[in-house]
Design a protein around this ligand. Sequence first.
Ligand SMILES: [Mn+2]
Length: 245
Amino acid sequence: MDDTADRAVPSGFSISEQVRLYAVGDIHGRADLLEKINRKIDAHLEKNACARHLRIFLGDYVDRGPDSRGVIEGLIAIEQRSEAVFLRGNHETFIAEFINNPAVLPTWRSLGGLETLASYGVFSPLNPDPEHQLRLAAEFSAALPPSHVQFLDRLRPCFAFDDVFFAHAGVRPGVPLVSQAETDLFWIRDEFLLHRRLFEKLVVHGHTPVRTPDVQPNRINIDTGAYVTGQLTCLWIQGNRMGFL
Ligand SMILES: [Mn+2]
């Protein structure tokens, strides 16, 4: 399959012909890949001009990979030069949670949180005792630049544009898209992934890594496990056409 070719958006869903959406999957601390994908988007725009475009990032900017701090920095820079939407992923929820409740550290560690701390110059042993957790949380809070705190505060739970609905993990079947719970938008897996019928809109999501982008009649998964595979996927949609960068 030629992934660079454009094709029809599934199930007759479409967006405005005048707008091109670029959606980027889970980055997980790979600032290098974020830079690369933005260059690809810039090149695509140069070759295929469009009146308006919008970059949509699906969350999971931090953890696991080596440079979460650099990713946040890169996203803030994009926001300053381009129209962009930033969604919250389940991993972003741990940053505020750890500062408020340092005892969550073992859970966050199991999801790659120590790499995020290290990217901010906060180095944790594998099993810090509760008192040490408290110190690490204070250190981390002091190391987070205000611009990063503000960026993380304004992440959106989901975003809809015409016939397309963007959320980090997915949606709960049977619940209207406007009434989705944040825990589902950030965390849901099988109940969403195994659902076969159409939703109100085409759902574009990440969260559950796949080898290649997974295009289904009712959803498209663009989390290609960038932090291990080196493949950060971008899906573009314009009118009733779409393609991958
Ligand atoms: Mn996730």
